[in-house]
Design a binder for this molecule. Sequence first.
Ligand code: HEM
Ligand SMILES: *[C@@H]1O[C@H](CO)[C@@H](O)[C@H](O)[C@H]1NC(C)=O
Ligand SMILES: *[C@@H]1O[C@H](CO)[C@@H](O)[C@H](O)[C@H]1NC(C)=O
Ligand SMILES: *[C@@H]1O[C@H](CO)[C@@H](O)[C@H](O)[C@H]1NC(C)=O
Ligand SMILES: *[C@@H]1O[C@H](CO)[C@@H](O)[C@H](O)[C@H]1NC(C)=O
Ligand SMILES: *[C@@H]1O[C@H](CO)[C@@H](O)[C@H](O)[C@H]1NC(C)=O
Ligand SMILES: *[C@@H]1O[C@H](CO)[C@@H](O)[C@H](O)[C@H]1NC(C)=O
Length: 321
Amino acid sequence: MAFTTLIFVIASCVVTLLAFCGNAQLSRNFYATTCSNLRTIVRNATQQAVTKEPRMAASLLRMHFHDCFVNGCDASILLDDTTTVQGEKNALPNKDSVRGYEVIDDIKAQVEAACNATVSCADILSLAARDGVVLLGGPSWTVEFGRRDATTANLTGANTDLPSPFSDLATLISMFQAKGLTAQDMTALSGAHTIGLAHCSLFRSRIYNDSNINSRFAATRQASCPPDQGNGDTNLAPLDVQTSEQPFDNLYYQNLLTQRGLLHSDQVLFNNGSQDALVLSYSTDNSTFFRDFSAAMVKLSKISPLTGTEREIRRNCRVVN
Ligand code: HEM
Ligand SMILES: *[C@@H]1O[C@H](CO)[C@@H](O)[C@H](O)[C@H]1NC(C)=O
Ligand SMILES: *[C@@H]1O[C@H](CO)[C@@H](O)[C@H](O)[C@H]1NC(C)=O
Ligand SMILES: *[C@@H]1O[C@H](CO)[C@@H](O)[C@H](O)[C@H]1NC(C)=O
Ligand SMILES: *[C@@H]1O[C@H](CO)[C@@H](O)[C@H](O)[C@H]1NC(C)=O
Ligand SMILES: *[C@@H]1O[C@H](CO)[C@@H](O)[C@H](O)[C@H]1NC(C)=O
Ligand SMILES: *[C@@H]1O[C@H](CO)[C@@H](O)[C@H](O)[C@H]1NC(C)=O
């Protein structure tokens, strides 16, 4: 092959690769020259928030999940309702439940002060979610950057695409599959329920009406969650009965083995079904859990990002520019 032909072949491969990856691909060093302090700023601000209230790590992690499952990881969850935008904050799975918006505002303000109009809200949320897990003793994973922010939200999508605590196993698997995540990813990601709290209204039927529940555990939870609808609905209980606040560990899976999952959707992962073996292995080996959780978080955080010059870098995460 002539030298010039070889060069041409190599050049067209590079061009093809760029065309292929340049758009849809996120990268580690996306802000290397434009906001080199990003990681430090976000880590510090997340640490302050989590030190003040450890649960904030759980809340930010869940917020990232609820962002990514609705039109991709595009910070659509952060948009407030305005006359022109109908946000997702009042969707059933989010209303009076997703929290931590002020923490993202605070981080964004600090990032804007250092790197004006450069870093997307979607990237900030992804990074803060990771930092929160690490701060509570959980695994770390590489966060890649380059997501852009949506200029619209999808209330309908938030109501239809986020899993419900009353779901059965087949429904959970198919809802994750619809986002490109496997049953294993779903089971590993559910381990996020090793931290954080849930409302009585969302586990009432579980503690009064499910059969696969430890009776002492049910009695304990019933003490602060009365049976009648509308009564004590907003009372909170830890998702992980053993070490709820922290650390981020694998005891969530050990709870499932003793039928002490708080949500119906937790216990279906260990109920003589397809995920039993995986739950068993995560319960005995935190390194396997950490490895699979991290890999699944990387996948979750890359669901349909906006990239390149799509949409915008929002200046204030709550409103479009
Ligand atoms: C498998 C399907 C899932 C269902 C049905 C589900 C459902 C729920 C429900 C009902 C709550 C309590 C909300 C409240 O009472 O206000 C909750 C909390 C939480 N979820 Fe999930 N979840 C699922 C998967 C996930 C995933 C994939 C993650 C993250 C990777 C996650 C992270 C969390 C965290 C950290 C909390 C506690 C939030 C806090 O204390 O502020 N969940 N989830
Ligand atoms: C760390 O975060 C806190 C709270 O957000 C902020 O007040 C402080 O200025 C930050 N410090 C640095 C060095 O960025
Ligand atoms: C920040 O960037 C915006 C948009 O590029 C620009 O209009 C504004 O003047 C900048 N502000 C500062 C303080 O540099
Ligand atoms: C909103 O989400 C639903 C469910 O995923 C989807 O079918 C629909 O296309 C989305 N709408 C917009 C405008 O993105
Ligand atoms: C339990 O199930 C029964 C029968 O379906 C229903 O009448 C009752 O309201 C349920 N109780 C709770 C607390 O979910
Ligand atoms: C993982 O499990 C081992 C053995 O049970 C335990 O000694 C270790 O502290 C655990 N590590 C974490 C980070 O939970
Ligand atoms: C699972 O199957 C075993 C053996 O068939 C049975 O004893 C047990 O009650 C079942 N557990 C559940 C939660 O269905």
